[in-house]
Design a protein around this ligand. Sequence first.
Ligand SMILES: [Fe+2]
Length: 279
Amino acid sequence: MAFDPASLSAFSARYPASPVRLRHDLTDHPLFAMDRLIALARALPEKSAEYNSGDLPIGQDPDKTPMNGLSAEETVRRIADNKSWIVLKNIEQNADYAELLESCLGDVAPMARAATGKMHMREGFIFVSSPGSVTPFHMDPEHNILMQVRGTKVFTIFPSGAESFLDADAHEAFHKPGGHRNLPYREEYEGKGEKIELSPGDALYAPVKAPHWVKVGPEVSVSLSVTWRSEASDAEAHLRRANGWLRGKGAAPPHPGASPLRDRAAVLASRIAERFHRS
Ligand SMILES: [Fe+2]
């Protein structure tokens, strides 16, 4: 078991729409030793490593993100000095990390299944970051528990799903093919996010599409993200896709939730369209 019982009851009470703080026991786990992380960076396929200069503004244009000029392995090896962050994606490609991912997700799976339906796309990501690195303002399509293993981070998180914060256009653009996770950061957001400090042993459940940006503290940071999709997150994505398509045709679809029957019809239409495109 990776999480303590108090964390699991907090998760059960607040999942899926609110952030939840948890505690985990992975800080001394051998799979996070630097030599293991370097070996993982070397072994994973090139497409499974994404890395950037960590010296970025909060509102970073994704087309202009600078690279650091190093390989994934070298980026991890020299992370203390190279002002970068790297994410090793789909660590479950390696059997040892797959087992670790499953043991973390196994703790929360019964509660998640009860609230949002079957878990799928169970994926793990390891973030290795230089001191002071910034991950710009963005949102992610999955349920996510970020587990801080080494160093510290401040995770500034904003409400998920609330159209008072991000309008329907922003949600629909996110689900369009080629939509990027980075979001424009506006001055009026300042002070509206919740700042959550994470030290080794802390974890944070971040709801689907809760916008956030992250700043690493004064030491090298290593974090594990364990993520999944659910029947609920799939339905929301389909609804946004259908609404975006309709809006593109000049219609004005109602806000999600205003007409549940109509929402269900839109989700079904989007699922059928997706199946049709695949075949
Ligand atoms: Fe994120």
